[in-house]
Design a protein around this ligand. Structure first.
Ligand code: GAP
Length: 599
């Protein structure tokens, strides 16, 4: 079957999400709320499975990562320290005519003739406007089109019958200064802070202003010392968290991809600064090449830890069903990096709505960013809260005592310079920064430092959407009479499939079949999400589950009851969603067999 075009495919996916109860528009009965989504019964299961898989692989099976569940609203100082109050903004532009708001970087550049006006008058009403305005029209279009738009602009300024003044024109190439929808001039770009504000307590004053967190990460930094002490972890170790985040996105778009409320799964993995590694192990291990560097080693510096987490995360995505070729590992260019980041890799998924490169290949959109953030975050909270964020490292202290004086001086000087640079960039005056950096370098030689961090930060909703897009398939399946008909099948990996198994009695009017089927359902239910269905022809029931992405179907028939002989008694038909192959399985082997397949 031919592949549907990407926009058509996305429409089909969105429609299936609503029809089958994966995703609904939030507040739909009131017309919806842009950028907010609700997950229906299947979507809720899918999201839960995603989060469980993440938690299991990042926390449960590791000795060196612990979990956290922090509040959504935190002390506003947290957002000052993190830089969100001052820099967490997108540039926006408004259409001067319609007031529609765009993200500046999302306005498609256009070419044409710009007609400009210095103002307008309305002689009969004795009114005048001196506001300049201009309209971009494609070269083929008549000037009258520009005049019509310009008149609307001046009408909005109270001139009922505006006569346009000072018309001039010039040709423009690839300009993003005009509204692509009507050609009207846009405002100059200005920053728009993306944090959603609220007030804590009964008084709506500046003092009580707070924010819904725009990321879960900052709570991890703020609780770093509490977690360190109570979990008795030692650097290197990580703290993971899953939770809601909120961003007042200027243009939510691409279904749930850019939402205003979403969930993140973030790990902050704290490591020793490279100078500490060098003091203890003489050298920092160098990456041997691309790919997974293997089991973590004590002499790894930030580069190997970063590479390790990039590869671990890619393995995670592959493990829940996103094929390697659907993912892109994008290394941010030096000019794209945040000033404190040493390297950031974005893992992209090739969504149907992703832009295409010159060869027509989908370029992908971000699912997760893995950033090596130096010691920026903890250092910021140390400065803003006045509370120490340093750790004491016995091994480092012992190693420093044995260092040759020249090596100690070299490491100390390098660490001093890194700390000084950070402090100066953070706005600390030069003399103070120098003094503080000197103290930090002395502390390092005594075994204390602010840990550096590697941050794999993923979005649950984007991953859910990627998994839905990846699962969507149209193929052919035989109907009751063996005739091929087209089917929509969601080929979810069994680990994240919303429903793991559907149980069907062959006929609903045969009490023995129904009661046996319910027995099987109850046997499996404690271990996995089971759907019991006795309504309609068996083929229709399979088809409904194919669309829901249920990987296994179990049918209880007359053989199960032993009517065709004792050898088939207490066996069921197990149908595989993707191959549609059926096999006979003993009921007492069904549970362990399915558990094996869904873990
Ligand atoms: N602490 C780092 C951080 O928050 P980010 O790249 O801004 O980094 C991390 O966000 C992940 O959160 C993204 O890769 C994406 O999966 C998800 N995310 C960010 N903004 C989102 C939005 N508006 N809607 C849905 N998911 C979003």
């Amino acid at each position: 079957m031919a592949e549907p075009k990407t926009s058509e495919l996305m429409e089909k996916i969105v429609s299936l999400c609503k029809r089958r109860g994966f995703i609904f528009q939030s507040s739909e009965i009131y017309g919806g709320l842009n950028g907010f989504w609700d997950y229906g019964p299947l979507g809720a299961e899918l999201k839960r499975n995603i989060k469980d898989c993440w938690w299991r692989s990042m926390i449960q099976v590791r000795d060196d990562v612990v979990g956290l569940e922090a509040s959504i609203i935190m002390h506003p100082k947290i957002w000052e320290a993190s830089g969100h109050t001052s820099t967490f903004s997108d540039l926006m532009v408004d259409c001067l005519l319609t007031k529609k708001r765009f993200r500046a970087d999302q306005v498609e550049p256009q070419s044409g003739i710009a007609f400009s006006y210095t103002g307008a008058t309305d002689a009969t009403a004795g009114k005048e406007s001196k506001d300049p305005f201009s309209v971009l029209v494609p070269s083929a279009k008549h000037v009258e089109h520009a005049r019509k738009i310009a008149r609307q602009f001046y009408q909005q300024r109270g001139l009922e019958n505006p006569a346009l003044l000072g018309e001039s024109s010039r040709e423009l190439q690839n300009t993003a200064a005009y509204n692509p929808e009507n050609g009207g001039l846009l405002t100059d770009p200005r920053p728009f802070n993306l944090m959603l504000k609220t007030y804590v307590g009964p008084v709506e004053s500046e003092d009580n202003k707070s924010y819904l967190r725009p990321e879960t990460a900052q709570a991890i930094f703020a609780q770093f010392q509490n977690v360190l002490v109570t979990s008795r972890q030692k650097v290197p170790f990580g703290i993971g968290q899953i939770g809601k985040a909120f961003r007042n996105e200027i243009n939510p778009r691409n279904f749930t991809f850019r939402s205003r409320e979403f969930e993140q799964m973030e790990l902050e993995f704290f490591i020793r600064p490279d100078e500490a590694i060098e003091a203890i192990y003489a050298t920092v291990a160098a990456p041997a090449g691309p790919g997974h560097p293997g089991e973590p080693q004590p002499n790894w510096g930030w580069q190997l830890w970063h590479q390790y987490w990039v590869e671990e995360r890619i393995r995670f995505y592959e493990g829940i069903g996103l094929p390697r070729q659907s993912l892109v590992e994008y290394w941010q260019k030096p000019e794209e990096l945040a000033h404190y980041a040493r390297a950031t890799v974005d893992i992209l998924y090739k969504f149907p709505f992703s832009k295409q490169d010159e060869k027509g290949e989908l370029m992908g959109e971000e699912l997760e960013g893995i950033a090596a953030r130096s010691d920026f975050d903890l250092s910021q909270h140390q400065r803003f809260s006045g509370k120490p964020m340093m750790v004491f490292d016995e091994e480092l202290k012992a190693a420093c005592l044995k260092l040759a004086p020249a090596k100690a001086a070299e490491l100390s000087a390098r660490y001093f310079e890194a700390r000084r640079k950070y402090l100066v960039k953070a706005g600390v005056d030069a003399a103070k920064a120098e003094k503080q950096a000197r103290e930090d370098a002395e502390a390092l030689m005594k075994g204390s430092y602010v840990p550096h961090v590697i941050e794999p930060s993923a979005g649950v909703d984007r991953l859910a959407l990627a998994l839905i897009c990846n699962a969507y398939n149209e193929d052919q399946a035989p109907d009751e009479k063996g005739k091929l008909e087209s089917r929509v099948v969601m080929k979810f990996n069994p680990r994240i499939a919303p429903i793991k198994v559907a149980v069907f009695p062959l006929l609903k009017n045969k009490p023995e079949l129904v009661s046996k089927a319910k027995e099987v359902r109850d046997l499996l239910r404690p271990h996995m999400r089971v759907f019991y269905d006795e309504a309609g022809a068996i083929g229709r029931r399979y088809r409904r589950q194919d669309e829901a992405g249920t990987p296994f179907g179990v049918t209880i028939d007359f053989d199960t009851l032993g009517e065709q002989g004792p050898e088939q008694k207490d066996t069921v038909t197990l149908r595989d969603r993707d191959s549609m192959k059926q096999e006979r399985v003993k009921i007492n082997e069904l549970g362990p067999m399915l558990i094996e397949k869904i873990r």
